[in-house]
Write a protein that binds this ligand. Sequence first.
Ligand code: CAA
Length: 258
Amino acid sequence: MTDYATILVTRDDRVGLITLHRPKALNALNTELMNEVVSAATELDADAGIGAIVLTGSERAFAAGADIKEMSSQGYADVVNQQFFAAWDNLTRLRTPIIAAVTGYALGGGCELAMLCDFIIAGENAVFGQPEINLGVIPGIGGSQRLTRAVGKSKAMDMVLTGRQMKVDEAERSGLVSRVVPTDQALSTALDAAKTIAGKSALASAAAKDAVNRAFESSLAEGVRAERALFYATFATDDQTEGMAAFVEKREPNFTHR
Ligand code: CAA
C-alpha cells in the first residue's frame, strides 16, 4: 500500500479502511488530504480483492471541515481556476460500497464527506453541521444538496442558514445516519457492516448501490426502470446462479464475484 501523509490505509481480508489523520487540525480537509483520500479510495475500488471500504476519523473529530487556514487567502479567481473541492466528486464514482464511521465533529466539509459515503454509522458523540455561513461562505462539497435529500428542506435550511450543530439523536431521527452506537463501537460496527457487505456478491453490491443512488438522480419512473435493468443484469452472473442454488440446497453461498 502507498504511504500517505494525512491518512492511514489498512486492509483486513476484503475490507479496506481509510483513517483521516491530521490530529492537530481535527482532520481538517486540506488539498493534500483530499487528493490522498481520493487516491486511496480509487486504489481500493480498483482492487478486486476489496468488497467494502470504511472511512473514519478520530474519536474527537471525523473532520472539522475544509481547512479554513488553507482557504483563508484564496480569492474568487483562485477557487474557480483550481476548481477547488472538485476532486471530491471522484468518490461518487466508486463502485465499492463505502461506509462512514463518524465520531466527534463532522462539520462543514466533514459532514459533506460523510454524506458522500453510502451510509453513516455514528457514535453517540457525533455532531453534524454545516457552519460555513459563519465564515461568510456556503457548503461547497455537495452539502446543500445531499443534506436536503437526507433530512428534507426545512431541517437542511435550518442547518445551512443558522450554522447550528445537530447532535446524534436528531441526526438519526431525521435519517442522516443509519445507526447510532456507543462511541467506542462506531468503527467496529462499521467494519462489521463492511465485512458483511464484502461477503456478498460484489457485482450484486455494485448493482444495488447503483440502483439506490438512482433514487437521488432521476424520476421515480426512470429509477424503477434502471433498477429493473440492473436486476435483470444480475441474472447474467455466476453469483446469481450460486446464490439461488445455495438457498435451494440449504447451504451458504460461495460467491466468486463473476
Ligand atoms: N480548518 C483548519 N483548522 C481547523 C479547523 C478547520 N476547519 N477546525 C479546527 N481546526 C484547528 C484549529 O485551528 C486548532 O488549531 P490550533 O491548535 O493550531 O489553533 C485545532 O484544529 C483544534 O481546534 P480548536 O482549538 O478550535 O478545538 P475546539 O475543541 O475548541 O473546537 C471545533 C472544535 C468546534 C470543531 C472548532 O475547531 C471549529 O469550529 N472548527 C471549524 C468548523 C468549521 O467552521 N467547519 C467548516 C469549514 S468550511 C467548509 O467546510 C467549507 C465546505 O463546505 C467544504
